[in-house]
Design a protein around this ligand. Structure first.
Ligand code: SF4
Ligand code: SF4
Length: 111
């Protein structure tokens, strides 16, 4: 888990409404992040973790220190997952790249 709600939380409830995966739970009136659901907002439309970005306190929601290799494998698994979603990713990339490259070569050769 990379993010955690701390004792500075004032229970404004903003993070619960913005979390893209519903990882923020309220148990006995206290907010907490379900580590099995939290994705660190990776693979979402957001570029920053929404709970931390919107929290009105200084340290109500903080990033936990992460083991280097855990972080490395998180990134690796995320990339592999995306590639599996698009099995023809590299073929599409190559076709697009080679077409643009050919167009540029033609322009240069026609001068
Ligand atoms: S980092 Fe993103 S996914 Fe994780 S709890 Fe915060 S808003 Fe939800
Ligand atoms: S946004 Fe911050 S203060 Fe508000 S409920 Fe979430 S952690 Fe607590």
């Amino acid at each position: 888990m990379a993010y955690k709600i701390t004792s500075q939380c004032i229970s404004c409830n903003l993070c619960e409404t913005v979390c893209p995966v519903g990882a923020i739970k309220i148990i006995d009136g206290k907010h907490s992040i379900d580590p099995d659901l939290c994705t660190n907002c990776v693979d979402s439309v957001y570029s920053v973790p929404q709970c931390q970005a919107g929290c009105p306190t200084c340290n109500g929601c903080v990033k936990q220190p992460n083991d280097y290799w855990e972080s490395w494998f998180d990134t690796y698994n995320s990339i592999v997952k995306n590639l599996k979603k698009e099995p023809d990713y590299w073929e599409t990339w190559f076709n697009s790249y080679s077409q643009k490259y050919s167009e540029q070569l033609q322009k240069i050769n026609s001068k």
